[in-house]
Write a protein that binds this ligand. Sequence first.
Ligand SMILES: Cc1cc2nc3c(=O)[nH]c(=O)nc-3n(C[C@H](O)[C@H](O)[C@H](O)COP(=O)(O)OP(=O)(O)OC[C@H]3O[C@@H](n4cnc5c(N)ncnc54)[C@H](O)[C@@H]3O)c2cc1C
Length: 392
Amino acid sequence: MTRRARLDIAVVGGGVVGCAAALALARLGLQVTLLEPREPPRWQAVTRDLRVYAFAPDNAALLASLGVWDAVRAGRLQPYRRMRVWDAAGGGELAFDADRLGVRELGWIVEHGLLVDRLWAALPGAGVQVRCPASVVALEQHDDGARLRLEDGTTLDARLVLGADGAASSMRTLAGIDLDARDYGQRGVVGFVASELPHDDTAWQRFMPGGPLALLPFADGDSSIVWTLPDADAARVLALDDEAFGRTLTSASGGRLGALRATSARAAFPLRRQLAATHVEGRVLLLGDAAHVVHPLAGQGVNLGLRDVSALADTVRAAQSRQADYASPQRLARWARARRSENAIAAHAFGAINRVFSNDDFAATVLRGPLLGLAGRLPPLARALWRHAAGA
Ligand SMILES: Cc1cc2nc3c(=O)[nH]c(=O)nc-3n(C[C@H](O)[C@H](O)[C@H](O)COP(=O)(O)OP(=O)(O)OC[C@H]3O[C@@H](n4cnc5c(N)ncnc54)[C@H](O)[C@@H]3O)c2cc1C
Protein backbone atom coordinates (compact mmCIF):
# COMPACT_ATOMS: atom_id res chain seq x y z
CA MET A 1 0.00 0.00 0.00
CA THR A 2 1.35 3.43 -0.86
CA ARG A 3 0.13 6.73 0.51
CA ARG A 4 1.57 10.05 -0.61
CA ALA A 5 1.58 13.22 1.40
CA ARG A 6 2.94 16.52 0.09
CA LEU A 7 4.41 18.58 2.83
CA ASP A 8 7.10 21.13 3.51
CA ILE A 9 9.05 19.39 6.24
CA ALA A 10 9.39 15.80 7.47
CA VAL A 11 11.12 15.63 10.85
CA VAL A 12 12.60 12.22 11.62
CA GLY A 13 13.01 11.76 15.39
CA GLY A 14 10.85 13.06 18.23
CA GLY A 15 13.50 13.79 20.88
CA VAL A 16 14.00 17.30 22.29
CA VAL A 17 15.66 18.56 19.10
CA GLY A 18 13.21 16.98 16.62
CA CYS A 19 10.13 18.19 18.52
CA ALA A 20 11.53 21.71 18.90
CA ALA A 21 12.36 21.84 15.17
CA ALA A 22 8.87 20.64 14.23
CA LEU A 23 7.24 23.25 16.48
CA ALA A 24 9.49 26.09 15.35
CA LEU A 25 8.86 25.46 11.64
CA ALA A 26 5.14 24.81 12.06
CA ARG A 27 4.88 28.18 13.83
CA LEU A 28 6.41 29.76 10.74
CA GLY A 29 3.46 28.44 8.76
CA LEU A 30 5.13 25.36 7.24
CA GLN A 31 3.33 22.06 6.94
CA VAL A 32 5.25 19.63 9.17
CA THR A 33 5.03 15.90 9.88
CA LEU A 34 7.07 14.30 12.65
CA LEU A 35 8.01 10.60 12.55
CA GLU A 36 9.00 8.73 15.68
CA PRO A 37 9.19 4.96 16.32
CA ARG A 38 8.24 5.08 20.02
CA GLU A 39 5.77 7.32 21.83
CA PRO A 40 7.64 8.82 24.82
CA PRO A 41 6.38 7.84 28.26
CA ARG A 42 4.37 10.59 30.01
CA TRP A 43 6.51 12.51 32.53
CA GLN A 44 5.36 12.00 36.11
CA ALA A 45 6.47 14.07 39.07
CA VAL A 46 6.81 10.97 41.26
CA THR A 47 9.52 9.55 39.00
CA ARG A 48 12.79 11.40 38.47
CA ASP A 49 14.37 11.01 35.04
CA LEU A 50 18.03 10.03 35.47
CA ARG A 51 18.87 12.01 32.32
CA VAL A 52 18.98 15.69 33.25
CA TYR A 53 20.32 18.68 31.34
CA ALA A 54 21.98 21.91 32.31
CA PHE A 55 19.71 24.04 30.13
CA ALA A 56 21.00 27.36 28.77
CA PRO A 57 19.07 30.68 28.84
CA ASP A 58 18.97 31.11 25.04
CA ASN A 59 17.24 27.74 24.73
CA ALA A 60 14.79 28.61 27.50
CA ALA A 61 13.95 31.67 25.36
CA LEU A 62 13.49 29.39 22.33
CA LEU A 63 11.05 27.16 24.25
CA ALA A 64 9.26 30.27 25.54
CA SER A 65 8.82 31.46 21.94
CA LEU A 66 7.38 28.03 21.10
CA GLY A 67 4.89 28.39 23.99
CA VAL A 68 6.39 25.46 25.92
CA TRP A 69 8.61 26.97 28.63
CA ASP A 70 5.75 27.77 31.04
CA ALA A 71 4.61 24.15 30.84
CA VAL A 72 8.18 23.01 31.58
CA ARG A 73 8.30 25.44 34.53
CA ALA A 74 5.04 24.02 35.82
CA GLY A 75 6.72 20.59 35.91
CA ARG A 76 10.02 20.65 37.79
CA LEU A 77 12.87 23.07 37.27
CA GLN A 78 15.89 23.95 39.33
CA PRO A 79 17.70 27.18 38.54
CA TYR A 80 21.43 27.12 39.14
CA ARG A 81 22.92 30.41 40.23
CA ARG A 82 26.53 29.44 40.78
CA MET A 83 29.07 27.14 39.21
CA ARG A 84 32.33 25.93 40.73
CA VAL A 85 34.96 24.04 38.74
CA TRP A 86 38.18 22.80 40.34
CA ASP A 87 40.86 20.17 39.93
CA ALA A 88 41.46 17.33 42.39
CA ALA A 89 45.22 17.96 42.15
CA GLY A 90 44.75 21.44 43.67
CA GLY A 91 45.29 24.93 42.30
CA GLY A 92 42.62 27.54 41.78
CA GLU A 93 38.94 27.39 41.17
CA LEU A 94 36.83 28.67 38.29
CA ALA A 95 33.73 30.36 39.69
CA PHE A 96 30.64 31.72 37.96
CA ASP A 97 28.06 33.67 39.96
CA ALA A 98 24.75 34.86 38.58
CA ASP A 99 24.85 37.98 40.78
CA ARG A 100 28.27 39.01 39.47
CA LEU A 101 27.19 38.37 35.89
CA GLY A 102 24.06 40.48 36.41
CA VAL A 103 21.57 37.68 35.74
CA ARG A 104 19.02 35.91 37.96
CA GLU A 105 20.29 32.43 37.13
CA LEU A 106 23.01 30.87 34.99
CA GLY A 107 20.59 28.26 33.65
CA TRP A 108 18.29 25.46 34.79
CA ILE A 109 18.59 21.80 35.58
CA VAL A 110 15.75 20.02 33.83
CA GLU A 111 14.81 16.41 33.18
CA HIS A 112 14.98 15.06 29.62
CA GLY A 113 11.63 13.28 30.09
CA LEU A 114 9.88 16.50 31.16
CA LEU A 115 11.18 18.44 28.14
CA VAL A 116 10.11 15.72 25.69
CA ASP A 117 6.71 15.37 27.39
CA ARG A 118 5.93 19.10 27.17
CA LEU A 119 7.25 19.50 23.61
CA TRP A 120 5.36 16.41 22.44
CA ALA A 121 2.14 17.70 24.03
CA ALA A 122 2.46 20.99 22.12
CA LEU A 123 2.80 19.37 18.66
CA PRO A 124 -0.91 18.92 17.75
CA GLY A 125 -1.82 22.47 18.82
CA ALA A 126 0.87 23.86 16.52
CA GLY A 127 -0.50 21.84 13.60
CA VAL A 128 2.30 19.27 13.49
CA GLN A 129 1.08 15.92 12.21
CA VAL A 130 2.61 13.13 14.29
CA ARG A 131 3.14 9.64 12.89
CA CYS A 132 4.05 7.23 15.65
CA PRO A 133 5.10 4.46 15.50
CA ALA A 134 6.88 5.21 12.25
CA SER A 135 10.36 4.34 10.99
CA VAL A 136 12.06 5.36 7.77
CA VAL A 137 13.61 2.52 5.75
CA ALA A 138 14.55 4.25 2.49
CA LEU A 139 15.28 7.70 1.08
CA GLU A 140 15.12 9.01 -2.47
CA GLN A 141 16.44 12.48 -3.18
CA HIS A 142 15.18 14.77 -5.97
CA ASP A 143 16.15 18.31 -6.98
CA ASP A 144 13.18 19.83 -5.20
CA GLY A 145 12.46 17.37 -2.42
CA ALA A 146 12.88 13.92 -0.94
CA ARG A 147 10.74 10.81 -0.66
CA LEU A 148 10.81 8.73 2.50
CA ARG A 149 9.64 5.13 2.50
CA LEU A 150 8.36 3.97 5.88
CA GLU A 151 8.43 0.50 7.40
CA ASP A 152 4.67 0.11 6.88
CA GLY A 153 5.08 0.52 3.11
CA THR A 154 3.77 4.10 2.89
CA THR A 155 5.79 6.95 1.39
CA LEU A 156 6.05 10.59 2.29
CA ASP A 157 7.16 13.44 0.03
CA ALA A 158 8.66 16.53 1.62
CA ARG A 159 10.62 19.55 0.46
CA LEU A 160 13.06 19.06 3.32
CA VAL A 161 13.81 16.16 5.64
CA LEU A 162 15.27 16.96 9.06
CA GLY A 163 17.25 14.07 10.51
CA ALA A 164 16.93 14.51 14.30
CA ASP A 165 17.08 10.80 15.04
CA GLY A 166 19.97 10.84 17.51
CA ALA A 167 23.54 9.59 17.62
CA ALA A 168 22.84 6.38 15.64
CA SER A 169 20.93 8.38 12.99
CA SER A 170 19.53 6.29 10.16
CA MET A 171 18.85 9.48 8.15
CA ARG A 172 22.59 10.22 8.24
CA THR A 173 23.31 6.76 6.83
CA LEU A 174 20.50 6.91 4.24
CA ALA A 175 21.75 10.32 3.04
CA GLY A 176 25.28 8.89 2.71
CA ILE A 177 26.84 11.41 5.13
CA ASP A 178 30.19 10.31 6.59
CA LEU A 179 30.79 10.33 10.31
CA ASP A 180 33.97 11.12 12.22
CA ALA A 181 33.58 9.18 15.47
CA ARG A 182 35.88 8.76 18.43
CA ASP A 183 35.14 6.63 21.47
CA TYR A 184 36.46 8.30 24.62
CA GLY A 185 36.70 4.93 26.41
CA GLN A 186 34.68 6.58 29.17
CA ARG A 187 31.14 6.32 30.47
CA GLY A 188 28.93 8.90 32.13
CA VAL A 189 27.50 7.42 35.32
CA VAL A 190 24.27 9.18 36.27
CA GLY A 191 21.98 9.03 39.30
CA PHE A 192 20.62 11.09 42.20
CA VAL A 193 22.27 11.62 45.57
CA ALA A 194 21.38 13.32 48.83
CA SER A 195 24.11 15.43 50.41
CA GLU A 196 24.92 16.32 53.98
CA LEU A 197 25.33 20.01 53.02
CA PRO A 198 22.79 21.88 50.85
CA HIS A 199 23.64 22.11 47.14
CA ASP A 200 23.21 25.89 47.39
CA ASP A 201 21.79 26.20 43.82
CA THR A 202 25.30 25.46 42.60
CA ALA A 203 26.60 23.21 39.82
CA TRP A 204 29.83 21.64 41.08
CA GLN A 205 32.43 20.00 38.87
CA ARG A 206 35.64 18.37 40.06
CA PHE A 207 38.21 17.14 37.56
CA MET A 208 40.05 13.91 38.37
CA PRO A 209 42.46 11.76 36.35
CA GLY A 210 39.63 9.37 35.32
CA GLY A 211 37.29 12.21 34.27
CA PRO A 212 35.14 14.97 35.78
CA LEU A 213 32.43 14.49 38.40
CA ALA A 214 29.52 16.95 38.13
CA LEU A 215 26.98 17.46 40.92
CA LEU A 216 23.99 19.34 39.56
CA PRO A 217 21.44 20.84 41.98
CA PHE A 218 17.99 19.27 41.72
CA ALA A 219 14.61 20.73 42.68
CA ASP A 220 13.94 18.34 45.58
CA GLY A 221 17.21 19.20 47.36
CA ASP A 222 19.12 16.18 46.00
CA SER A 223 21.81 16.50 43.35
CA SER A 224 22.03 14.76 40.02
CA ILE A 225 25.47 13.35 39.22
CA VAL A 226 27.23 12.95 35.90
CA TRP A 227 30.44 11.08 36.70
CA THR A 228 32.80 10.48 33.80
CA LEU A 229 34.89 7.36 34.36
CA PRO A 230 36.99 5.01 32.23
CA ASP A 231 34.79 2.11 31.02
CA ALA A 232 36.12 -0.48 33.51
CA ASP A 233 35.84 1.91 36.50
CA ALA A 234 32.29 2.83 35.49
CA ALA A 235 31.33 -0.87 35.48
CA ARG A 236 32.93 -1.31 38.90
CA VAL A 237 31.16 1.75 40.36
CA LEU A 238 27.79 0.64 38.94
CA ALA A 239 28.17 -2.74 40.65
CA LEU A 240 28.80 -1.24 44.14
CA ASP A 241 26.03 -1.42 46.73
CA ASP A 242 24.50 1.92 47.74
CA GLU A 243 26.64 2.32 50.84
CA ALA A 244 29.94 1.66 49.08
CA PHE A 245 28.83 3.86 46.16
CA GLY A 246 28.05 6.73 48.55
CA ARG A 247 31.47 6.42 50.21
CA THR A 248 33.32 6.28 46.86
CA LEU A 249 31.38 9.26 45.55
CA THR A 250 31.91 11.31 48.71
CA SER A 251 35.64 10.79 48.36
CA ALA A 252 35.55 11.58 44.60
CA SER A 253 33.71 14.85 45.31
CA GLY A 254 36.43 15.92 47.73
CA GLY A 255 33.75 16.12 50.42
CA ARG A 256 32.54 19.44 48.99
CA LEU A 257 28.89 18.73 49.90
CA GLY A 258 29.72 16.54 52.88
CA ALA A 259 28.68 12.88 52.85
CA LEU A 260 26.77 11.78 49.73
CA ARG A 261 24.12 9.05 49.74
CA ALA A 262 22.56 7.35 46.70
CA THR A 263 18.81 7.99 46.41
CA SER A 264 18.12 6.41 43.02
CA ALA A 265 19.14 3.68 40.64
CA ARG A 266 22.25 4.39 38.55
CA ALA A 267 22.87 4.14 34.83
CA ALA A 268 25.85 4.68 32.53
CA PHE A 269 26.07 6.14 29.02
CA PRO A 270 29.02 5.47 26.70
CA LEU A 271 30.77 8.74 25.81
CA ARG A 272 31.80 9.50 22.24
CA ARG A 273 32.65 12.42 20.05
CA GLN A 274 30.85 12.33 16.72
CA LEU A 275 30.80 14.85 13.91
CA ALA A 276 28.94 14.39 10.65
CA ALA A 277 31.01 15.42 7.62
CA THR A 278 28.25 17.86 6.69
CA HIS A 279 24.94 18.99 8.20
CA VAL A 280 23.20 19.00 4.79
CA GLU A 281 23.16 16.61 1.85
CA GLY A 282 20.68 17.55 -0.86
CA ARG A 283 17.31 17.85 0.85
CA VAL A 284 18.36 16.18 4.12
CA LEU A 285 19.50 18.31 7.06
CA LEU A 286 21.00 16.82 10.21
CA LEU A 287 20.30 18.39 13.61
CA GLY A 288 21.19 17.56 17.22
CA ASP A 289 23.01 14.33 18.07
CA ALA A 290 22.46 13.05 14.51
CA ALA A 291 24.97 15.73 13.45
CA HIS A 292 27.18 16.08 16.53
CA VAL A 293 27.78 14.32 19.83
CA VAL A 294 29.99 16.11 22.34
CA HIS A 295 31.51 15.20 25.71
CA PRO A 296 28.99 16.00 28.46
CA LEU A 297 31.53 17.86 30.63
CA ALA A 298 30.27 21.26 29.50
CA GLY A 299 26.57 20.25 29.53
CA GLN A 300 26.14 21.49 25.97
CA GLY A 301 24.81 18.50 23.97
CA VAL A 302 21.13 19.31 23.80
CA ASN A 303 21.92 23.04 23.92
CA LEU A 304 23.92 22.84 20.67
CA GLY A 305 21.11 20.81 19.07
CA LEU A 306 18.55 23.46 19.97
CA ARG A 307 20.86 26.13 18.54
CA ASP A 308 20.73 24.19 15.23
CA VAL A 309 16.94 24.60 15.47
CA SER A 310 17.05 28.34 16.26
CA ALA A 311 19.46 29.00 13.40
CA LEU A 312 17.26 27.04 10.98
CA ALA A 313 14.14 28.91 12.08
CA ASP A 314 16.04 32.20 11.60
CA THR A 315 17.04 31.10 8.09
CA VAL A 316 13.46 30.25 7.14
CA ARG A 317 12.10 33.46 8.71
CA ALA A 318 14.63 35.62 6.87
CA ALA A 319 13.77 33.96 3.54
CA GLN A 320 10.03 34.36 4.17
CA SER A 321 10.43 38.04 4.97
CA ARG A 322 12.03 38.50 1.51
CA GLN A 323 9.51 36.19 -0.11
CA ALA A 324 12.45 34.00 -1.11
CA ASP A 325 12.79 30.21 -1.18
CA TYR A 326 13.68 29.05 2.35
CA ALA A 327 14.95 25.73 0.94
CA SER A 328 17.35 27.07 -1.69
CA PRO A 329 20.62 25.09 -1.76
CA GLN A 330 22.65 28.25 -1.00
CA ARG A 331 20.58 29.04 2.10
CA LEU A 332 20.77 25.48 3.38
CA ALA A 333 24.52 25.38 2.75
CA ARG A 334 25.00 28.65 4.69
CA TRP A 335 23.02 27.27 7.64
CA ALA A 336 24.97 24.00 7.51
CA ARG A 337 28.39 25.69 7.34
CA ALA A 338 27.66 27.99 10.26
CA ARG A 339 26.25 25.21 12.44
CA ARG A 340 28.97 22.70 11.60
CA SER A 341 31.64 25.24 12.40
CA GLU A 342 30.21 26.01 15.87
CA ASN A 343 29.51 22.35 16.61
CA ALA A 344 32.97 21.22 15.47
CA ILE A 345 34.68 23.84 17.65
CA ALA A 346 32.60 22.71 20.65
CA ALA A 347 33.22 18.99 20.02
CA HIS A 348 36.99 19.47 19.70
CA ALA A 349 37.24 21.95 22.58
CA PHE A 350 35.36 19.67 25.03
CA GLY A 351 37.46 16.71 23.81
CA ALA A 352 40.65 18.69 24.44
CA ILE A 353 39.52 19.75 27.93
CA ASN A 354 38.70 16.11 28.68
CA ARG A 355 42.18 15.06 27.49
CA VAL A 356 44.03 17.70 29.50
CA PHE A 357 41.98 17.27 32.67
CA SER A 358 41.30 13.52 32.61
CA ASN A 359 44.84 12.23 32.97
CA ASP A 360 47.65 12.12 35.50
CA ASP A 361 50.41 13.29 33.17
CA PHE A 362 52.77 15.44 35.28
CA ALA A 363 52.79 18.54 33.05
CA ALA A 364 49.01 18.57 32.69
CA THR A 365 48.54 18.08 36.45
CA VAL A 366 50.88 20.97 37.29
CA LEU A 367 49.22 23.33 34.81
CA ARG A 368 45.49 22.76 35.09
CA GLY A 369 44.78 23.94 38.67
CA PRO A 370 46.57 27.28 38.11
CA LEU A 371 44.84 27.59 34.73
CA LEU A 372 41.41 27.26 36.33
CA GLY A 373 42.47 29.67 39.06
CA LEU A 374 43.70 32.19 36.52
CA ALA A 375 40.44 32.00 34.55
CA GLY A 376 38.56 32.39 37.83
CA ARG A 377 40.56 35.49 38.81
CA LEU A 378 39.95 37.25 35.48
CA PRO A 379 36.32 38.41 35.58
CA PRO A 380 36.23 39.35 31.85
CA LEU A 381 37.40 35.84 30.91
CA ALA A 382 34.90 34.15 33.24
CA ARG A 383 32.19 36.41 31.83
CA ALA A 384 33.17 35.58 28.24
CA LEU A 385 33.18 31.82 29.01
CA TRP A 386 29.75 32.02 30.59
CA ARG A 387 28.27 34.15 27.80
CA HIS A 388 29.45 31.55 25.30
CA ALA A 389 27.96 28.61 27.30
CA ALA A 390 24.72 30.53 27.79
CA GLY A 391 24.35 31.24 24.08
CA ALA A 392 24.30 34.95 24.90
C1 LIG B 1 25.75 11.23 30.48
C2 LIG B 1 25.23 12.35 29.61
C3 LIG B 1 24.94 13.59 30.17
C4 LIG B 1 24.47 14.64 29.36
N1 LIG B 1 24.25 15.85 29.95
C5 LIG B 1 23.85 16.90 29.17
C6 LIG B 1 23.65 18.21 29.72
O1 LIG B 1 23.81 18.46 30.93
N2 LIG B 1 23.24 19.21 28.90
C7 LIG B 1 23.07 18.98 27.56
O2 LIG B 1 22.74 19.93 26.83
N3 LIG B 1 23.22 17.76 26.99
C8 LIG B 1 23.63 16.71 27.76
N4 LIG B 1 23.82 15.48 27.19
C9 LIG B 1 23.59 15.30 25.75
C10 LIG B 1 22.13 15.07 25.38
O3 LIG B 1 21.65 13.89 26.01
C11 LIG B 1 21.95 14.92 23.87
O4 LIG B 1 22.71 15.89 23.20
C12 LIG B 1 20.47 15.09 23.46
O5 LIG B 1 19.67 14.07 24.02
C13 LIG B 1 20.30 15.04 21.93
O6 LIG B 1 18.94 15.21 21.58
P1 LIG B 1 18.42 14.73 20.17
O7 LIG B 1 16.97 15.08 20.15
O8 LIG B 1 19.32 15.22 19.10
O9 LIG B 1 18.61 13.13 20.18
P2 LIG B 1 17.88 12.02 21.04
O10 LIG B 1 17.56 12.50 22.41
O11 LIG B 1 18.75 10.81 20.93
O12 LIG B 1 16.50 11.77 20.27
C14 LIG B 1 16.45 11.07 19.04
C15 LIG B 1 15.01 10.65 18.77
O13 LIG B 1 14.98 10.01 17.50
C16 LIG B 1 14.24 8.79 17.61
N5 LIG B 1 14.74 7.86 16.59
C17 LIG B 1 15.80 7.03 16.66
N6 LIG B 1 15.91 6.33 15.51
C18 LIG B 1 14.89 6.74 14.70
C19 LIG B 1 14.48 6.41 13.38
N7 LIG B 1 15.12 5.49 12.66
N8 LIG B 1 13.39 7.03 12.85
C20 LIG B 1 12.73 7.98 13.56
N9 LIG B 1 13.09 8.33 14.82
C21 LIG B 1 14.16 7.73 15.38
C22 LIG B 1 14.49 8.31 19.03
O14 LIG B 1 13.44 7.42 19.46
C23 LIG B 1 14.47 9.64 19.79
O15 LIG B 1 13.17 10.01 20.17
C24 LIG B 1 24.27 14.43 27.96
C25 LIG B 1 24.54 13.17 27.41
C26 LIG B 1 25.03 12.15 28.21
C27 LIG B 1 25.34 10.81 27.58
